[in-house]
Design a protein around this ligand. Sequence first.
Ligand SMILES: [Zn+2]
Length: 128
Amino acid sequence: MKTTEKKPWTEARIRAFITSVLRAGSRRWPPKYETLNQAKTEKKTNPKTGRIAQHFRCEMCQEEFTQKDMEVDHITPVVDPIKGFESWDKFIDRLFCEANNLQAICKSCHKEKTKQEKAIRNGNRPKN
Ligand SMILES: [Zn+2]
């Protein structure tokens, strides 16, 4: 198998690459910190480590977690699950949105929400 051969990237691969770069940059988007800060509950002992840690409340399951188990989610998904990718303008506008479209949720709730969005997306994919 030739691994050195350079093939031009497909449009989908380029899009996936740019998407991941933008998503990584959005972690430093100030409304994200704001959203996480608002979810702060109290500093208390983390049962997993025995250390005092700041806790946050998940807006979906209402349980408390430490920061490493929290994620900031876009209430309205960045990519509409039905329409799919529309344009970079729309993608960027939605990714870098105001705090009112963001919610702090735990990793497992986020995973579940993403799974549901993916199911909607797959259900709408044209069949070949
Ligand atoms: Zn949760």
